[in-house]
Design a protein around this ligand. Sequence first.
Ligand code: DGY
Length: 324
Amino acid sequence: MALIFVTRQIPEVGIRWMREGGHEVVVSEKDGVLTKEELKEALGARPYDGMVSLLTDTIDASVLAAAPQLKIVANYAVGYNNIAVKELHDAGVVITNTPGVLTDTVAEFTVSLVLALTKRIPEGDRFTRAGKYVGWAPELLLGSDLAGKTLGIVGAGRIGSGVARRLANGFGMQIKYYDIARSEALEAEVQSEYYESLDELLRVADVVSLHVPLLPQTQHLINTERLALMKPSAYLINTSRGPVIDETALVTALQQGTIRGAALDVYENEPALASGLTALDNVIITPHTASASEETRGKMSELVGFNINEFFLGHIPPNIVVVA
Ligand code: DGY
């Protein structure tokens, strides 16, 4: 039997699975993100063998120092930029994540943002609620069509490919993509053109959708210079990680009409928003909910429970994170 700490309540199923696996599971009682001090204090209170962390928890060597018995950290997210992977590996701690189960949900959400932004749906909703709708007008809230337009996918992994497939097959968009390597999987699924140069992709895309992990190389991948390469009629969508975009530069670009609009689910300094962002009408902002369906959050919970159970059975957990 292992002793497991969960840093915040997650859908019950994974907790139940761990308990059914014979483990004692302690869930933080705080309905919020634990500060680093609170996290260390909680981990130091008992000899925890395992931990379920969230993307809002920073897990590094200083946290490990408070939990010397810790053997596994199961992150309740596919992204794991909140974890100092090398520091944990050096300390012999196994890390797992939750890939695959949220692909369709995040792809659906991303497509929803593309539609909502290009069709100006939140703007129309605000306009109508404000009592400004006084009758049909030929040029009221004109948006953009997608059919025949170019979708630029940045990062052709599972989610990027899912977005490409939906917007190509469902809406007739032309797919062009940038990645560090060509994706045979994407090219087999939809007609698509590989761009070795992100700059070139940004010049031609009508909608740019970001699907890269947060790494030192992807921090501020979209900055002032790159925003200036985009068409003034283009839209930028981000459901990956906030720091991939220089958010202050984006606010300026949106204010100045460098690009037409943006839809963001993630932010550079979450939950804070860059100054000026909320005042813009040509931006949609959602609270990091791209994977937030009942089904998917439940499956993520199952996966952390399964990874923990497999590990303590002496098996290799299915979703081990390796050092890049
Ligand atoms: C993830 O799993 O990385 C997502 O951002 C959670 O919504």
